[in-house]
Design a protein around this ligand. Structure first.
Ligand code: AN7
Length: 366
């Protein structure tokens, strides 16, 4: 049978009923891509997979949450939805609201949104409001407006979002036949790590998996409130998607980290960019900077020499890592979201005259 989106695929695990309208763009069912070169960098017998969430309809994992949030908003009779966003939530909300025929308002931190995401929100007809402040300020404003006006909030403070996003964990277990030993994931507003942990727990409860993974969360060093256990007033990182100083799902993420015996750590912008380029060059997978944080975190964790204090590195030394570890990294958004990032990598085309000689010279064959 052809794919009908996450709501139909996992209906019995989701807060939907027979009367819930199904607003879908056929999100989910994203590729779990084996990464051979990355696996070899971790350990000779490691198996590392990339859950490529950039293959969703609007190019990020947000669509899983949005299909449920917008379907439920419609069921409750909403006429308008609102969200604050570092970009991807707004792109997804705009598309699903358009599909549902709902008005959509998005509050974005002015000047800090990747170009592709802004284009998506505008092109789907959302009312885009650029706020002279960061994401945290925009989310506060959204909450304030929604208290006084009948607009449904579709940020991940809305539990329907978490419900939808947990289906990525279901898909991973369905594909592997078991949960991985480790799950690496970027952390911004902390909704996704919360959602995956919920999904893994529910699937184990249902007898679909025997084990639970350790949740390994990574924040950008300049925007790492969960790691430092304190809000960051002026978060800064090249990974604009996770430029968040006061995450909404902070407490739930702490529970996921504690219950799964996981860890929260940081990666620098340099590590993020280096990993983004390495993945594209060596695995053919082009992801946005925030998404590279999970893989950068894996590389940091597995490095015995550079980070001797890291718990995972200690486990490697003590051989506590299971033989043949199975590791999944969620890469949350597509590289096309943020085309301006090439400037950071100093990659550019060479321009030549339209002659075979000039082309051969550029190819190094002259
Ligand atoms: C590509 O769009 O918060 O920890 O407003 O776009 O669940 O917040 C985006 C977050 C990781 C972090 N990777 O996930 C928003 C927004 C990408 C993202 C995250 C985001 P959470």
């Amino acid at each position: 049978m052809s794919w009908r989106g996450i709501l139909e695929a996992y209906r019995s695990f989701l807060p939907v009923g027979e009367k819930t309208p199904v607003v879908t763009l056929l999100e989910g069912n994203t590729p779990l891509v084996f990464a051979p070169r990355l696996s070899r960098r971790i350990a000779p017998d490691a198996k590392v997979y990339l859950k490529c969430e950039g293959l969703n309809p609007t190019g990020s994992f947000k669509d899983r949450g949005m299909t449920i949030a917008i379907s439920k908003a419609l069921e409750r009779g909403a006429k308008a939805v609102i969200c604050a966003s570092t970009g991807n939530t707004s792109a997804s909300a705009a598309a699903y609201a358009a599909r549902a025929g709902l008005a959509c308002f998005v509050l974005l931190p002015k000047g800090k949104i990747a170009r592709g995401k802004l284009a998506q929100a505008l092109m789907s007809g959302a009312q885009v409001i650029a706020v002279k402040g960061n994401f945290d300020a925009a989310l506060d404003l959204v909450r304030g407006v929604a208290e006084e006006h009948p607009v449904a909030v579709v940020n991940s403070v809305n539990p329907d979002r978490i419900e939808g996003q947990k289906t990525a964990a279901f898909e991973i277990v369905d594909a592997l036949g078991e949960a991985p030993h480790y799950h690496f994931i970027p952390v911004g507003n902390a909704g996704n790590i919360t959602a995956y942990w919920k999904g893994y727990r529910e699937y184990k409860q249902a007898g679909k998996a025997r084990r639970l993974p350790r949740m390994m969360g990574f924040q950008a060093a300049g925007a790492a409130p969960v790691f430092y256990d304190a809000p960051v007033k002026k978060p800064e990182t090249v990974a604009t998607a996770i430029r968040i100083g006061n995450p909404a799902s902070w407490q739930a993420a702490k529970v996921a980290l504690a219950q799964s015996n996981g860890l929260i750590d940081i990666v620098t912008d340099e590590e993020i960019l280096e990993t983004q380029l390495w993945l594209a060059v060596n695995e053919g997978v082009f992801v946005e900077p925030a998404s590279a944080a999970s893989v950068a975190g894996l590389l940091k964790s597995a490095s015995r020499h550079h980070h001797p204090d890291c718990p995972l590195a200690a486990e490697v030394r003590a051989s506590l890592i299971p033989a043949s570890p199975i590791i999944v990294c969620t890469v949350t958004g597509h590289g096309l979201k943020d085309p301006d990032i090439v400037a950071h990598h100093k990659m550019k085309a060479v321009t030549v005259r339209a002659t075979k000689g000039a082309v051969l010279e550029a190819m190094g064959l002259a």
